[in-house]
Design a protein around this ligand. Sequence first.
Ligand code: 13P
Ligand code: SF4
Length: 303
Amino acid sequence: WQAHLPWIDAILRLKKQRNAVILAHNYQTPEIFHAVADITGDSLALAQQATRTDAEVIVLCGVHFMAETAKVLNPAKTVLIPDPGAGCSLAASITAADVRLLKQRYPGVPVVAYVNTSAEVKAEVDVCCTSANAVHVVESLGAERVIFLPDQYLGRYVAAQTKVKIILWNGACEVHERFTAAQLRGIRAEQGEVHILAHPECMPEVLAEADFVGSTAAMVTHLRKTQPKRVVMITECSMADNVSAEFPQMEFTRPCNLCPHMKKNTLPKIHDALLHMRHRVEIDPAVIERARRSLERMLAIGR
Ligand code: 13P
Ligand code: SF4
């Protein structure tokens, strides 16, 4: 932490000068999450909060699709991303042209896009969802069949909770796909009494071994309610690092996987983003207009 202090001081100063707010996803490292962020949360919370800020500048410490979401919801504001190379394997798995082809193949079937997609993809779909409200969003459409993209595992998880028939795309999160059911069985065999929380981007056989499945924010709410003694979070590594500060009485044990995209954000890059007012997220206004409808429809549904 000693090495972080000069950066933290400089960022806090610049933040004031620029009238900026820093939104950070739960997967950001503790020095970003605890020391410089104004608002932290899961993808849904960040999208919701992006609509409520009075700041002129939004710095989105997360991945590119999250910064795009903030821009779509705030076209008049300056939205900065500390590292524009912070992508996501899910967002990279599908293009707007793919969605247009899907719509031709299944005419009249509504399309739900996980927020882990580009703004161009969001512009082609009926509504967005996050892992916190996916079932809710799918059911809100009142359709017999729904196209759900791009995460095949979240899609299968939703399909298991609803009567709506789900047509899947074959995207996957490169971080959550690496967890295996054998790994979870191994943890239980080795550690005995342990509470396992898993993100719905994991494979179905992994989710079947978990005690709780939910978005990163739902995991925190669940821990507050259930207060287990020993916890394993089957998700990105910073999640347990950040959450353990709130629950000093709980023992958090590994495994976890790092998201190389989330980890591209660092204090020096946040500092430089504010100093040079770079890397601005720019999106074609016609795309903003259409993507915004899909996002606002999701926000109206809520969590
Ligand atoms: P949450 O919406 O649960 O925070 O997840 C975002 C994400 O990228 C998970 O990998
Ligand atoms: Fe994308 Fe997975 Fe990283 Fe989340 S953890 S940003 S879904 S690659």
